[in-house]
Design a protein around this ligand. Structure first.
Ligand SMILES: *Cc1c(COP(=O)(O)O)cnc(C)c1O
Length: 364
């Protein structure tokens, strides 16, 4: 499904140098290496501030804490995401409210947001799933109309664009993950918050460091969540390659899509108008998905289901909902989706083998 060693082999020397230099300095939190990466990350994402934290989950949690939610406050989000999106909302004191997704992009459908807005709504939290932005122009218009901040879950979408504007640059703040399988992966856990708002940046930096404004003086209860210096050293090498890696993912995606034209039963992923999709995952819809997945595994082909269960059907979330969620398109996606291997080093021969195996399992 994913071969991280191929990527490491291509940058081994630079990574090893950066890691060894960091070890020589013996500074493991903050310092010039973290500052350099935060600066390069902000420049890459075309935002004013990037704030390193311990994970994408922490990035979501700290960004949400920045809103100061009161018990019962509602955050409208997508049910078709990794669990962290909903978990962070609840941990930050909110209640998730799920808007259905669009069948083509798998992202929160702007048309399903507005009917869910109540006096308790405090935030819109779109997820740019699989590396493609949600329709941010429409979501931004709704947010403005109701005076609501946006927090973007951009964990899968660093470098993606919509109408020319970067994922992560639209909201009050956004969350990135550097989990090793993401497009920009650390050598362990890592994450960052992006924001264009100077006050938010100051506040969120405070919250990630136990709410401390000066030595041993704490004005808020925050968390201890930092992007470790060793991770920043690795990421600062890798971010220079990200543009190229994302381009290679797009190339591999269009090669898959061209091969899939011979299999009309399979729905290839689409790029919505005005979007630059960077294919964190290449996700098809396939009839009889569970059987196809099992038989592909038996043939030695990697594939995964993101996501088999929508967030509103997770037991620990379902029992918190104020009203049952109505998200039939998300539920249908959960039954049909299958992610094929995609990463910059994947070869055409490997892609041919994936599609040939698939072709034996579905009617032509
Ligand atoms: C990976 C991911 C996260 C969480 O990131 P971690 O670094 O694993 O905590 C959150 N949301 C989405 C959509 C993700 O894909």
């Amino acid at each position: 499904m994913l071969d991280l060693r191929a990527q490491y082999a291509s940058i081994r020397k630079e990574i090893e140098e950066a890691v060894l230099q960091t070890l020589e300095k013996q500074q493991f939190r903050g310092g010039p290496i973290v500052e350099s990466f935060e600066k390069n990350l902000a420049a890459f994402a075309e935002v004013k501030h990037a704030i390193g934290v311990g994970s994408g989950t922490d990035a979501l949690y700290v960004a949400l804490r920045g809103l100061g939610l009161n018990p019962g406050d509602e955050v409208i989000t997508s049910p078709f995401s990794f669990f962290a999106t909903a978990g962070a909302i609840v941990n930050a004191g909110g209640v998730p409210v799920f808007a259905d997704i669009e069948a083509d992009s798998f992202n929160m459908d702007p048309a399903s947001i507005e009917p869910l807005i109540t006096a308790k709504t405090r935030c819109l939290l779109p997820v740019h799933v699989f590396g493609q932005c949600a329709r941010m122009d429409a979501i931004e218009a709704i947010a403005k109309r109701h005076n609501l901040p946006i927090i973007e879950d951009a964990a899968q979408a660093l470098g993606a664009r919509y109408q020319g504007k970067q994922a992560g640059a639209w909201g009050y703040a956004s969350a990135l993950s550097f989990y090793p399988t993401k497009n920009l992966g650390a050598a362990g856990e890592g994450g960052a918050i992006l924001t264009n708002d100077d006050d938010a940046a100051q506040h969120l930096r405070l919250l990630r460091g136990h709410g401390m404004d000066c030595q041993c003086h704490h004005i808020e209860i925050g968390v201890n969540s930092h992007l470790h210096t060793l991770q920043a050293a690795v990421l600062d090498v890798k971010i220079k390659k990200l543009e190229e890696w994302n381009r290679q993912r797009r190339e591999r995606a269009s090669y898959y899509t061209s091969l899939l034209q011979q299999l009309p039963e399979i729905v290839a992923p689409t790029t919505i108008e005005d979007a630059c999709h960077l294919y964190h995952q290449y996700v098809i819809r396939v009839p009889d998905r569970d059987r196809v997945q099992k038989e592909l595994h038996e043939k030695g082909i990697g594939c995964s289901v993101f996501y088999p269960r929508p967030l509103h059907r997770q037991p620990c979330i379902e029992r918190l909902l104020k009203a049952p969620a109505y998200c039939p398109k998300a539920e249908q996606a959960c039954r049909e989706v299958l992610a094929l291997p995609i990463y910059p080093e994947l070869t055409q021969t490997q892609q041919d083998a994936v599609i040939a195996a698939l072709a034996e399992l579905v009617p032509a």
